[in-house]
Design a binder for this molecule. Structure first.
Ligand code: GAR
Length: 191
């Protein structure tokens, strides 16, 4: 069985959607949700789907307790789904090509430190972009700079608020993110 560990910091709509997707797939399961935020809604979502949860603080992320826990679990893929802290190099190096992230814009535009969630959509709106989209990419030591796995664009010419843009992005994430993960796991099986 292929094992996925999710990292999320807040709401967790992507995490829940990924959990549900893999409930229908025999050879792959989400085995745990990790969060740096003990109040995050994602933890309730995981618990209600009977997925194990693990919370940690920034120090534990940087000092090795999170890495230790991951080494016990030996995931085939670590998926950052709305995880808002910088991911430590030690974990990336321990799991080469096994850490991926979804970003709510067409990278390399609107990436980097401070560019997350509504900040991204607000910037896209302020710049009067005609389209935006999602980028799923490998995670490296720099914010939002790892190799791209998938991008999908959407027209936002009809959008007048950041919330409307967020809704379009949400639709793309719900539609594509689980399938991209599934395809990636099939590919790594072949290699
Ligand atoms: C998602 O739109 C995701 O792309 C974004 O946070 C949202 C989390 O929503 N991630 C980033 O901005 C990372 N830079 P969710 O908690 O409902 O899945």
């Amino acid at each position: 069985m292929k094992k996925i560990v999710l990292f999320a910091s807040g709401n967790g709509s992507n995490a829940e959607n990924i959990i549900l997707h893999f409930k229908n797939i025999e050879q792959t399961k989400v085995i745990a949700v990790f969060s740096n935020n003990p109040e995050a809604k994602v933890l309730d979502r995981a618990k209600s789907q009977l997925v194990a949860t693990f919370t940690f603080n920034k120090l534990e992320l940087l000092e090795g307790q999170v890495l230790e826990k991951l080494q016990q679990l030996q995931p085939d893929l670590i998926v950052l789904a709305g995880f808002l802290l910088k991911f430590p190099e030690t974990i990336i190096n321990a799991f080469p090509n096994k850490v991926i992230n979804v970003h709510p814009a067409l990278l390399p535009k609107y990436g980097g430190k401070g560019m997350y969630g509504m900040h991204v959509h607000q910037a896209v709106l302020s710049n009067k972009e005609k389209e935006t989209g999602i980028t799923i990419h490998f995670v490296n030591e720099h914010y939002d700079e790892g190799e791209f796995i998938f991008q999908k664009a959407v027209s936002i010419e009809s959008c007048t608020t950041a919330e409307e843009i967020a809704a379009k992005i949400h639709e793309l994430e719900m539609c594509y993110f689980p399938q991209v993960i599934e395809d990636l796991l099939v590919k790594t099986k072949e290699n």
